[in-house]
Design a protein around this ligand. Structure first.
Ligand SMILES: Cc1cc2nc3c(=O)[nH]c(=O)nc-3n(C[C@H](O)[C@H](O)[C@H](O)COP(=O)(O)O)c2cc1C
Length: 417
C-alpha cells in the first residue's frame, strides 16, 4: 500500500489499482439517467449523459461570472446555466424533472436534509436523485471529524423552526474546522507554505467567514455516513408527510402541489376583520402563496401528526387563515346555496403515538369546518394510532398501501382523471 501511494493516479489506474470516481459516475449515469432533468453546480465538468438525455444546468451565477471567478478553468468547458439557487430551486416546478444531478455540491450546504428535500420536490415520481460527495479522508477535509446523522437532523430541525440565527451559529464550528484543518491541507496539496494564524486572528477569520456566509465544506462524509444520511432521508422526514406522498394521485396523472406548513413564514389569523367585505386576507405573508392553491384544488389532503389531541400549530395557522375563504363563501353564496359544497373534496391524514379512543375527535371536527370554509365536502381519511417514530410507518406496508389508494380514490371521486 505504501508503494501504491507513490504511484500517480494515472499509472495506478492503468495497473487496475485505482478507479477514478468520474468513471464510476459516468457508468452510473449511463445506467440510470434518462429523460429531462437538472444538474446543479456542473461548472466546467458536467456529468456525461447518454445521447438523447436533456440536461438543464443550474447555477447561482452566470457563465461569465464563473469564468471570472475561476480563471484557472478552461472557459470553453464552462456550462451556460439557468440562474437559480441550486439549494432551493424556486424557479423549478414540483414533480417536473426525471432526474437531478449534484456532484460535490451537498457538502457545501449548511442544511443538507433541507436541500435534499428541495431536490426531491422537483422530481417526478420514480425520478432519480444522482448525488455524490467527497469522502473526507480522501480530500482536503482529511482529519476533520465526520458529521453525525444527529447533527444533520438538528440542522434540519433548526431550519424547519425558521431559526436562521441558530442555524448560522451552528456553522461557526464548521468554519473553525475548515480553517484549522482543511485550509492547511490545501496548502500542503499545493506544496505551498502555510503560516498558522494566531488564536485572535483565527477568531477574526471565523467571524469574517460567518458574516459573509461563505460557502465551505460545512460537513464531512464517509461512505457509511453518507449512506445513513440518504437512508434517513429516504425514510421520509416525518410520518404524516410520508403517508401523504400522494404517489397514488400522481399515478392517476393528477397535478399535485405540496404545501409544507412548517416552511411557511406566516402568522395565524389576527381577527382584524380585513377579509369581511372582500373575502380576501389583508395580511401579506406566505399564506398569500397558499390561497391560490386552495382556490384551484379539486381535492385537498391535509396531513398532520397529533399534537396534544389537535393538529400542529404550523398546520393550524393556514386553517385559521382560511377564515378569509369562509367570508368569501358567505359573501358569494346565499343561505340555501351554502347548504351545498361546490368546490371539491377534502381529506385528512392524521397520526398519533398513543392508542387513545378519542385521539382523532378534535382533528376530524377541525377538518370538517376547514373544508366547509373552502366550500368543499369533508370525506374522512386515514387515522393511525400507535405510530411514534418517523420510521414506524415503514413497518406497515398496509398503511402505505392505504395511503396510495387514498390518493387514487381522491382523484377518482374528484372526477379529474
Ligand atoms: C408536541 C407533541 C405533542 C404530541 N401530542 C400527542 C398526543 O396528544 N397524542 C398522541 O397520541 N401523540 C402525540 N404526540 C406524538 C406524535 O403524534 C407522534 O410521534 C407522530 O407519529 C409524529 O408524526 P410525524 O412523524 O409526522 O411528526 C405528540 C408529539 C409532540 C412532539
Amino acid at each position: 500500500m505504501g508503494h501504491f501511494k507513490k504511484l500517480s493516479k494515472h499509472v495506478a489506474a492503468k495497473l487496475g489499482l485505482y478507479r477514478d470516481p468520474k468513471t464510476t459516475r459516468e457508468e452510473l449515469s449511463f445506467k440510470y439517467i434518462r429523460g429531462n432533468g437538472l444538474e446543479i453546480g456542473a461548472l466546467h465538468s458536467p456529468l456525461p449523459v447518454r445521447a438523447g438525455v436533456s440536461v438543464c444546468y443550474v447555477d447561482r451565477v452566470d457563465r461569465e461570472e464563473s469564468i471570472r471567478k475561476f480563471p484557472h478553468l478552461d472557459a470553453a468547458e464552462v456550462v451556460d446555466p439557468h440562474i437559480d439557487d441550486g439549494f432551493v430551486l424556486n424557479s423549478i416546478s414540483d414533480a417536473s424533472q426525471d432526474f437531478l444531478i449534484a456532484n460535490h455540491v451537498l457538502e457545501h450546504a449548511s442544511n443538507p436534509l433541507a436541500v435534499l428535500k428541495n431536490w426531491a420536490r422537483v422530481l417526478k415520481p420514480k425520478g432519480v436523485l444522482f448525488v455524490s460527495v467527497p469522502a473526507a479522508d480522501k480530500c482536503f477535509d482529511k482529519g476533520r471529524p465526520l458529521t453525525t446523522l444527529d447533527h444533520f437532523v438538528e440542522d434540519y430541525n433548526a431550519g424547519a423552526a425558521g431559526n436562521a440565527k441558530i442555524l448560522s451559529e451552528r456553522n461557526r464550528p464548521h468554519y473553525g474546522e475548515w480553517l484549522r484543518i482543511s485550509e492547511p491541507n490545501i496548502y500542503a496539496d499545493r506544496k505551498e507554505k502555510y503560516v498558522a494564524p494566531s488564536p485572535e486572528d483565527m477568531e477574526r477569520r471565523i467571524d469574517f467567514l460567518l458574516d459573509r456566509a461563505e460557502e465551505i465544506h460545512f460537513h464531512t462524509f464517509s461512505t457509511e455516513s453518507f449512506r445513513s444520511l440518504l437512508s434517513y432521508f429516504a425514510d421520509g422526514l416525518d410520518t404524516a408527510m410520508n403517508l401523504a406522498r400522494l404517489e397514488g394521485a400522481e399515478s392517476k396523472a393528477a397535478e399535485v402541489r405540496r404545501v409544507y406548513a412548517r416552511d411557511l413564514k406566516m402568522s395565524g389569523c389576527l381577527e382584524c376583520g380585513g377579509c369581511e367585505k372582500t373575502g380576501k386576507c389583508v395580511v401579506k405573508d406566505d399564506m398569500q402563496t397558499v390561497y391560490p392553491h386552495f382556490e384551484a384544488a379539486d381535492v385537498i389532503i391535509l396531513a398532520s401528526p397529533i399534537f396534544f389531541y389537535a393538529v400542529t400549530a404550523q398546520v393550524k395557522a393556514p386553517i385559521d387563515r382560511s377564515q378569509a375563504m369562509w367570508c368569501k363563501r358567505f359573501l358569494e353564496k346565499g343561505p340555501d346555496e351554502r347548504k351545498q359544497y361546490d368546490s371539491g373534496k377534502g381529506y385528512l391524514i392524521a397520526v398519533g403515538a398513543t392508542k387513545g379512543k378519542s385521539l382523532f375527535d378534535c382533528v376530524k371536527l377541525e377538518a370538517k369546518y376547514f373544508y366547509d370554509a373552502l366550500d368543499m365536502t369533508y370525506e374522512g381519511g386515514l387515522f393511525y394510532r400507535d405510530l411514534e417514530k418517523r420510521s414506524d410507518v415503514e413497518n406497515h406496508p398496509d398503511k402505505l398501501q392505504e395511503a396510495f389508494e387514498l390518493g387514487m380514490k381522491a382523484v377518482k371521486t374528484a372526477n379529474v382523471e
